[in-house]
Structures are given as C-alpha cells and as structure tokens.
Design a protein around this ligand. Sequence first.
Ligand SMILES: Cc1ncc(COP(=O)(O)O)c(C=O)c1O
Length: 301
Amino acid sequence: MDELIAYFNGEFVPDSQCLIHATDRGFRTGDVVYDLQRTFDGKIFRLREHLERFMRSLKFTRLDSGLNIDELEALTREVVERNEDLREPGGDFTVTQFVTRGRAKSVVDPVPPTVCILPQRIDFAQFAKFYQSGVHVVIPRTRSYSTESLDPKVKHYSRMNFVIASLEAADVDPEAYPVLLDENGNIAEHIAGNFYLITDGVLRMPTDHSSLQGDTQRVIREMAKRLGIPTREEELQPYDAYTADEIFLTNTTYCILPAGKIDNRPVGEGVPGPITRQLQSAWSEMVGVDFVDQALSFANP
Ligand SMILES: Cc1ncc(COP(=O)(O)O)c(C=O)c1O
C-alpha cells in the first residue's frame, strides 16, 4: 500500500521519514503530548474541539509546538487532503498530532520541539468483531494515574502503567480490554477510552478526576440529553459494573464499543444492549457513516 504523507518538523514527508532521534525526550522520558482525531468518509470529525484539548495538554506540560491552534488546524486539514487519494474504498484515517520537548538536555534547554501530524489507516479488523460479541473488559491490578502524580486530563504518551495493565489483562484473556481503577478503587478508564455503564435506564460514567476528558464522551453526554437518556457522573466501583445492565467504552476510533463480559462475568442480556444500540445509531446518523457496518466490512472472516 502507498505510504501516507505526514507533517514532520515543518515539512510534508512520507510517513516512513518521521524518525525520532534516540536522544529525543519524547522517546527517552515520555516527554510528549498528543491528540487524535478520525475521519468519517474522509471528513475529519471535531478537529477544533480536539485541538483545544491538545492546546491544554501542551500548556499544562509547558511544551511549545511553535504553532498556534489555527496553524495546527490548517496543517492537519492539509495532511487529510494530501492523503485523500490514498484512502481505501470505504476506509478512514486517524490523524495524530504530537509534540515532544525535542533533543533537550534538560527541561529548560531551549531546543526546537519535535512536531508531527501523522495520518494512519484505521485497522478496523482489530476491533470490528467486538461490535457483535462485545469486548471482554478486565480490571487489572495496576491502578490508573492519580491527579497527584500525573493528571489524567493530560493526553500524553507516558504510558508504562497502561502497558503493565494490558499485560495483566492479557493474562486473563489475550483479547481483553483493560479498564483501570484509580487510587481509591473507583473505575477510571480503559487504557484508550472512557467507560460507561447503564443501570435501570441511567447512563453512568466516572468523573474526569481519574480519566481523560474524552471528546467522544462529551458528544455522548450531549446525545444522551437529546435522546432523553438520564446521565450521572459519579464514583463507580467494580460492584456497579458487575451488576450493570449494559457496559460500553468510547473513543475517537471505535466510537461506541459494547462490552460482553467483565472479569469473565456476562454483562446484561445480549450485545449491544438497547441503550448502547440507541447511542450507536444516533452516532452513525450524526457522522453520516454507519461506523459499525463500516468496521464489520473490514472484519477478518
Ligand atoms: C486514556 C484514554 N482515555 C480516554 C480516551 C478517549 O478519548 P477520545 O474520546 O477523545 O478519543 C482516550 C483516547 O485515546 C485515552 O487514551
């Protein structure tokens, strides 16, 4: 397949040329923040909202990309346009912006940052079957970030605890999706998505105390309001998940992914449950692409 075109340190280059030096702090110390959007039928979704979160991550970590939000938006749109002819029939892209503190010797060493806007073809086969079977959520032993160490609202790539959590979940089921607890034992988030459960018709989700402010989550809240589904942001424990009627996860790429099991216990009756299905349909209508059918068309036979 033809190489996609990325933006890397001021130039548009084939993605194989986005090479990070071994002394870059992004690689060495995880000194890197990012954001990620996806396209639906080639059109990028909620770019500005994602870039606003990206600017907050940069501000919090005191990283300077050298670009303002308008410039980042224009460059991201150009990356998408330059790759449109390379989009597979029926396929879509994710686009990731990331900024590292570059090859600095210390946090105050004034060297240029590493700035990249990287498109990737969405690998729908990775998760497509879970729209039908439901994903197996496993709660690993490793806990999520705490606001007292690294605030989970920052979108960064310092993710070794997520890696360990993934290994622990894979010990239970190689296909499991780990959902971490926070330091107090409340449910935080999936390593790449937000967590929701439904009890007696109420859509319940953790607060942003211990999870990323997911852009998908923001839309889910608005959508639920429009559909008349009551929502509650609150502290949730494994008990709430084990006794829930429905569970699902959201992120930019898989949108709304139902869970079929949690820690080997079946969730509710049938996947997806009625409220999850209602939200999935409303989402597809909003973006103009049936994202479940799209993913299933790429599923492995
Ligand atoms: C840790 C974590 N939580 C939640 C999310 C969901 O965020 P969004 O809906 O903006 O993709 C992500 C997305 O990558 C994530 O990495």
